[in-house]
Design a protein around this ligand. Sequence first.
Ligand SMILES: [Zn+2]
Length: 450
Amino acid sequence: MTRPGPGKHPDRDGPVPLDPFQDGPVSDDPLKDGLFREGPLTNDRVGGGALLDRFEQTWSALSRVGDEGARGYRRFAWTPVDLALRTWFREQAEARGMDCEQDRNGNLWAWWGTPGPGAVVTGSHLDSVPGGGAFDGPLGVVSAFLAVDLLRERGVVPERPIAVVNFADEEGARFGVACVGSRLLAGVLAPDAARALRDADGVTLAEAMRAAGADPGALGRDEEALARIGAFVELHIEQGRGLAGLDAPVGVASAIWPHGRWRCTFHGEGNHAGTTLLADRRDPMLPFASAVLATRQAAERLGAVATFGKVLVDPNGTNAIASRVDAWLDGRAPDSATVRKMVEEITGAAEAAGAGHGVRVEVVEESWTPVVEFGGELRDRVAATLGGVPALPTGAGHDAGILSAYVPSAMLFVRNPTGTSHSPAEHAEPADCVAGILALTAALEDLACG
Ligand SMILES: [Zn+2]
């Protein structure tokens, strides 16, 4: 859907009165007659009507938060924008009579039923990258709340509690480490290391949490929260064109490629741009440029993807040869060995280029996430419940990928017609979003009642 234009929402400046049932139940109950029994969904079988209206209503209240217009979304962890997103989440929970709690690691949980073991958990994240799109994260949270509504209207009485979750700081846009909330919860990020993470202004995560009224002292592996999760199903917009190519509105994730981030530092020598002879220069920009080109070539040759998307130049003056360049390499491939080989080749090319220009090159691994296979019972069960939707891998990391090492986890993808993501142009058609909600509802019903 497109973001709402001015004038379309008279409630823009005030709190949005929330009554998920104000339009009455979804009259045609598309799930009732075994929507998925005939096979995977197609748009002409989804219908939509009241559910589509309800989706757009819920979406519009959220879509204003952190919207920077043509520049996209900026929803960084523990900022006032994040707090507004958290308030929206609490209001959604409250409107449904769901108890809402913030766990030790800043993740928000809304409960249908008493929190306890065996819970069927769904949701995603509400933060964004800089210049982000509307759907990455929020689609999973909005779909989760609307799936709960559908289950209740249909009179479903879950045998196990159902929880909607908003994981903290999934994108890592502010502090540089992705999936901080789920990593801390699972114990794969040390609390001290997390507290010491710094944003671009030098503010630590601990300071940012405190300023936002949260207690950084409690961070760490949360046995109790982990033990409650019986299964986690995260719905997410696809960040590629796989489903578009398959002509399918919804699919399940088969795997997340292994991926990592490397900080590459090129130590040169600052000097005058006009008076320093070319032969006398130690310009770190030159080996950096070689590294960028080598990266593209290595990725193409190895069937991987690799990106330099962030660069800091010191001192960053037009008429000064840089003294130092820090650049971050993001590398991903279907298997770990390929990523390692690629990074080795890029490092070799950068060092060779550096040697030719008197520039010392340092490459430090900042994060590494091994391959995630969404294998086994849960994925197959969800796919079967949905009439056999396609399964496809992704190069993007997710909280479900972190949690999959500890609890049964699966992902649903909703078609992205262009594949564009982490960009204001990110888009999913409303009919596909409705198909996603129906698919999630069916999956939750099967898992919570079966
Ligand atoms: Zn996401």
